[in-house]
Design a protein around this ligand. Structure first.
Ligand code: SAH
Length: 267
């Protein structure tokens, strides 16, 4: 949470915080300090050129190795990808070889914007290299410190050869001019509990919203049903069917379907 003091003409700093905070009944003339969340200030404010109203959640169940990435669009302000990198562990979903992942046309998704790529221990360097090959500049990384049910850091991870894995990394990369991105709001660390296998913390969506502002087109690649959200297009092979509302997207998707399996669409 990020709180910003709301300074009004009557606010008297010497008095300190109002003990009622946001439940104060006299907020419009109370002389104590009240706060708003950063959310109240960034949401709804135009932050970049990709403006549109926030759409309901959209998703496409597809094999990313087969679909034409042009179907998704080329003007995302932000992309998150959580690929199933090949790791020495049995997962209950399919994984991709490094060269398969690299062959995905990530370069088509954005003219300018932010790309966030989840990497595992082995793939931190590979991830950096792939981002550069897709046309990005790696500028930073966010670390997720995993906590247990008892809100302690995890010391007995299920992965890790020499040391138990108690954290994961999200590489942060940019493409083109990203002057519209809000800087210096969040930190490089998320401290959050583990959930189902591979499930990432929801805090990332708040961080993204604060970075890119409202109305920016957002894409999640290798997403699952619980990742779907208003304003986001989520794609992956474990999603429940396909749900699209944007006219242009529906057109591109149907055109691709009829190109790839004309008989099935005609039937
Ligand atoms: N970030 C997600 C977890 C992603 S796990 C979360 O927070 O829950 C990776 C997902 O990618 C899995 O659902 C897996 O089935 C899917 N996947 C693997 N290979 C794929 C492919 N070729 N096409 C589409 N999805 C794929």
């Amino acid at each position: 949470m990020h709180f910003i003091p709301i300074i009004q003409s009557q606010t008297d700093f010497k008095l300190g915080d109002c003990s009622y905070l946001d439940t104060c009944h006299k907020i419009s003339n109370c002389r104590y300090i009240h706060y708003g969340q950063i959310w109240d200030f960034t949401r709804g404010e135009p932050a970049c050129s990709y403006l549109s109203c926030e759409l309901p959640p959209q998703w496409i169940n597809c094999d990313l190795m087969n679909i034409d990435f042009e179907v998704f669009g080329s003007d995302f302000g932000v992309v998150i990808a959580d690929p199933s990198w090949t790791i020495h562990m049995n997962l209950n979903y399919s994984s991709l070889k490094d060269d398969e992942l690299l062959s995905l046309r990530m370069d088509k998704l954005q003219r300018e914007g932010l790309f966030l790529l989840w990497v595992t221990g082995r793939t931190i360097e590979t991830g950096r290299e792939f981002l550069r090959k897709w046309g990005y500049k790696v500028i930073n990384q966010i670390t997720w410190i995993k906590t247990s049910q008892l809100v302690r850091t995890i010391s007995t991870g299920r992965t890790g050869h020499w040391l138990n894995h108690s954290k994961e990394h999200l590489l942060v990369a940019t493409k083109g001019s990203v002057k519209w991105i809000n800087r210096a709001i969040d930190s490089q660390i998320m401290i959050s509990s583990t959930r189902e296998t591979s499930r990432k913390p929801d805090e990332i969506y708040g961080i993204v919203d604060r970075l890119v502002g409202a109305g920016v087109r957002k894409l999640e690649i290798f997403g699952r049903q619980h990742n779907t959200r208003p304003g986001w297009l989520t794609v992956g092979n474990q999603l429940e069917g396909t749900r699209l509302v944007e006219g242009e997207l529906i057109k591109r998707y149907s055109a691709w379907q009829s190109r790839s399996s004309p008989a099935a669409v005609g039937a």
